[in-house]
Design a protein around this ligand. Structure first.
Ligand code: PLP
Length: 388
């Protein structure tokens, strides 16, 4: 992916360009007269294929030109300047996660998962165990997964973790896992490739839900896996074919279009998230405040070494469930909704799902692209109102 074409008009940026420059051009084809900059979605279940059935485009469950451009864009962001990287797009983050777990593990293997990861992991764990795969868990914070690595085939990292926002030393865990012959996958959903590049930290797979900040508008479900081309990625591709958990062309195209504004959104949202976290830390009713970008956050030291931006999610705890519910009701600029990463701020009382080990008053707030002063004022007002 480097540099311009022979005539100097190349669509792809050199690897030393800034993130803003890279995202607006990521994955674009070479310019062709009268063709659009980003070709529209290709809706095709099959492609004309006389003779030998060789690719690149044969059947719509295996490949699609709209995915190809998106996958190229994601590869350029996850591993700029690196040769031989392969990216596969999926129908959702869970499809991407499952494709790695179930393609790399088989009966008798051991996998290490985070105990504080995304709340669907208990279901995943049960399914892995039903297939005869041994599952060990340890928390993200304090690099606790190090202690349970012996004999593992795969280490799964989620850093920052959702919703607790703990961070582990990815490079340290990768080195320990590789020394024991284990592969490492990192869930990069919360950070996005502009916040963190797991492959540069040594991971074998960067896996993410594109449903969140990557696409950023709360209207697309998507997932992807990036890794060095080779046997492991071939197995992931095979799994996608078997399970058929593929993105629709429209979703893939919307995702690619959204990536052009990723830098603007991530910059704005992480700056506002820090401003909000700073405002919340002065409030007496707020405890357990977490934002990896706050200099006194327990995760800040390691986050500042491996992250380039700290994300748009702030979490904190209000004294009771009732207080948290009143707070959510009082918010005017923040929707009471799950998910995170969108341009419109959202928040929820995470305990309502029952899957996370969090206090009843725990709030996960996803900072959108609103004016920072408006958003901070709305949150502080809702805190005041909810005390009445
Ligand atoms: C960290 C993390 N990973 C994966 C997922 C799953 O993504 P999707 O909802 O796109 O399947 C989520 C969803 O919230 C998540 O927060």
């Amino acid at each position: 992916m480097t540099g311009p074409t022979a005539d100097g008009r190349g669509a792809r940026p050199a690897e030393n360009t800034g993130d803003g420059t890279r995202v607006v051009r990521a994955g674009l084809p070479e310019p062709v007269k009268y063709e659009p900059t980003l070709p529209g979605p290709v809706f095709a279940a099959h492609f004309h294929l006389p003779g030998e059935p060789t690719g690149p485009y044969t059947y719509g469950r295996d490949e699609n030109p709209t995915w190809t451009l998106l996958e190229r864009a994601l590869g350029e962001l996850e591993a700029p300047g690196r040769d031989g990287v392969e990216t596969l797009a999926f129908a959702s983050g869970m499809a991407a996660i499952s494709s790695v777990l179930f393609s790399q593990l088989s009966s008798g293997d051991t996998v290490v998962l985070p105990s504080d990861g995304y709340q669907v992991f208990p279901l995943v764990r049960a399914q892995l165990e039903a297939y005869g795969i041994q599952v060990r868990t340890a928390p993200t914070g304090g690099d606790a997964q190090l202690d349970v690595l012996d004999g593992a085939r795969l280490l799964w990292i989620e850093s920052p973790s959702n919703p607790g926002l703990d961070v582990c030393d990815i490079r340290r865990l990768v080195e320990a896992a590789h020394a024991r012959g284990a592969l490492v996958a990192v869930d990069n959903t919360l950070a996005t490739p502009l916040g963190q590049r797991p492959l540069e930290l040594g991971a074998d797979f960067s896996v993410a839900s594109g449903t969140k900040q990557l696409t950023g508008h709360g209207d697309v479900l998507l997932g992807y896996v990036t890794g060095q081309a080779g046997a492991a990625m071939t197995a992931v591709r095979r799994w996608r074919k078997i399970v058929g958990a593929i993105p629709g062309p429209m979703e893939a195209w919307l995702a690619h279009r959204s990536i052009a504004t990723l830098h603007l959104r991530v910059e704005r949202q992480s700056a506002t998230a820090l401003a909000l976290a700073e405002a919340l830390r002065t409030r007496p009713e707020v405890s357990g405040l977490r934002y990896p970008g706050l200099p006194d956050d327990p995760a800040h030291k390691i986050a500042s070494q491996q992250m380039r931006r700290y994300g748009c999610v702030v979490s904190f705890t209000l004294p009771t469930r009732a207080r948290a519910e009143r707070f959510l009701e009082e918010l005017r600029l923040v929707d009471d909704a799950t998910s995170f990463g969108g341009v419109r701020s959202t928040a929820e009382r995470r305990g309502r799902w029952g899957g996370d080990a969090v206090p009843e008053g725990f709030i996960r707030l996803s900072v959108g692209a609103e004016d920072p002063e408006d958003l901070v004022a709305d949150v502080l007002r809702a805190l005041e109102e909810s005390a009445r």
